[in-house]
Design a protein around this ligand. Structure first.
Ligand code: 5GP
Ligand code: SF4
Ligand code: MG
Length: 461
């Protein structure tokens, strides 16, 4: 998911809509904005892309008045995509209005929810995020930030949050800092955004990343930083660099584009094969393919063209329909690949569906050899921290050896980057096995935040 927040401008909701638009890649199912004008909260939420719901001149945008606003793009990891699950959530609590948007996933949600329901809480949604609202509502602490800290001390998992309460904008990152959250400044206004690309679009200058476990409280007196939790080792999600974040974002001091190019270069060092061309699987494989081609010193060509107009709402009622939709997204550029030995570079293989189709497409277009290089280690475990990796039984690399995957997707050779190669590309000498510098659980099974009983076997929903 994406989160965004701004304090200190009468145009808060317009900036929030722009921020969400820049963060669209983090969630395309639904979007919402909640604003506060000093007296009242205003909210608008809708299914679909940001642009479909937040047109600058539309009546809902005009109604989102106030000097504070927060927004959210939904990418469902818990709960189905229904209107009631669209964030930010806003409610009237004993101390006043409270609005909240969350990126991440709670690992003790089932237990907390069951005990809240047992003692009388009425849930409006099926998301884990709403648990935080109920815990804040029930807290006996004084003041909103203390109530929020009290609530957060009861939850486990990955979260970056933005909240509005008591004429304040609050931002928080979980103690391991699994999901990103950056702070920016635009004139007198403070901005919080999942990624720096959300700052760029509103003309805010980057101030810094929030620290793991940090809470910032922004009000008319300025910004206050609090470290309310016991310090934990930082475990930023390495998959943000591989796939999830936008390449023009800078997270935790590393440019995502450069990280991806370095992974590609490292792949070329680890597993180069003689070939005529490097071809990216667009768009996610592009920066790694550039890095590979530069390091291996062989030509880079756009051998696959992506159609950007494929409708998210395109109806695919049958398996055949879903299969064809891969063709609707990608097509071979036969003039570039015919008669050539091709190295395809993609960021990851999840189910293997994309790779299988693309390899067939390359051969049909006349490629004489098709080699595949993957800019992540094999994905063998689900993510419980906010990325929608499927269950283990759907992950092709959890079910088959690399050689068998190569046969299954029909390539002449297949290599994934090694876990140490990935860390080298991130500028680390090697992965520290006792305390890894990143969360890499989907590749290693080393989950930094404990999972509730049964979670490792089956995903929560
Ligand atoms: P596959 O077709 O193997 O199931 O998926 C691999 C493709 O999905 C890759 O091209 C990759 O860019 C993309 N991908 C990887 N991880 C994710 C994810 O978490 N969500 C979505 N929507 N796509 C992903
Ligand atoms: Fe990121 Fe993978 Fe960890 Fe999930 S399990 S937070 S995708 S590194
Ligand atoms: Mg892709």
């Amino acid at each position: 998911c994406a989160i965004f927040g701004i304090y200190g401008t009468p145009e808060s909701s317009v900036h929030t809509a722009l921020g969400l638009h820049a963060l669209q890649h983090r969630g395309q199912e639904a979007s919402g904005i909640v604003s506060f004008d000093g007296k009242d909260f205003h909210a608008h939420r809708g299914v679909g892309h940001v642009g479909e719901n937040f047109d600058a001149n539309s009546a809902p945008m005009q109604a989102l008045k106030g000097h504070i606003a927060i927004g959210h793009n939904r990418y469902s990891t818990t709960g189905p995509s229904e209107v009631r699950n669209i964030q930010p959530f806003s409610s009237e609590l004993a101390f006043g209005g409270f609005a909240l948007a969350h990126n991440g996933n709670l690992t003790n949600a089932a237990r907390l929810r069951a005990s809240l329901v047992e003692t009388g809480s009425l849930f409006q949604s099926s998301t884990d995020t709403e648990i935080i609202v109920h815990l804040v509502a029930r807290s006996h602490q004084q003041g909103v930030s203390n109530r929020l800290i009290d609530a957060l001390k009861q939850i486990e998992g990955a979260y970056s949050l933005v909240c509005i309460a008591d004429d304040m904008l609050i931002g928080v990152r979980d103690p391991h800092g699994v999901r990103p959250l950056v702070l920016g400044k635009r004139d007198d206004a403070y901005v919080l955004s999942s990624e720096t690309c959300g700052l760029d679009i509103v003309g805010a200058e980057f101030v810094r990343d929030l620290l793991p476990g940090e809470m910032v409280v922004i009000d008319k007196t300025g910004i206050t930083s609090i470290m309310p939790f016991q310090e934990q080792p930082s475990r930023f999600c390495i998959f943000e660099y591989i796939y999830f974040a936008r390449p023009d974002s800078i997270l935790e001091g590393r440019g995502v584009y450069h990280a991806r190019k370095s992974i590609g270069a490292e792949l070329a060092t680890e597993s180069h094969v003689d070939a005529d061309l490097v071809v990216p699987v667009p768009d996610s494989g592009l920066p790694a393919a550039i890095g590979y081609a530069q390091a291996a010193n062989i030509p880079f060509e756009l051998g696959i063209i992506r159609n950007h107009y494929i409708g998210r709402t395109f109806i695919q009622p049958t398996q055949k329909g879903r299969t064809d939709s891969v063709k609707m997204k990608h097509n071979a550029n036969s003039s570039a690949v015919a008669g050539k030995r091709v190295i395809l570079v993609d960021d990851s293989i999840v189910r293997g569906t994309t790779s299988r189709k693309i390899v067939l497409m390359m051969r049909a277009a006349g490629a004489t050899e098709v080699h595949m290089r993957i800019a992540s280690p094999p994905t063998i475990n689900p993510c419980f921290y906010g990325v929608d990796t499927p269950d283990k039984d759907q992950l092709i690399a959890a079910q088959m050896s690399v050689d068998d995957i190569a046969k299954e997707i029909g390539v002449d050779s297949l290599s994934f980057i090694s876990i140490d190669g990935l860390y080298r590309a991130m500028g680390e000498a090697r992965r520290d096995p006792d305390c890894p510098q990143f969360c890499d659980a989907c590749f290693t099974g080393d989950y930094p935040i404990k999972l509730a009983t049964g979670l490792s076997a089956k995903r929560v929903s």
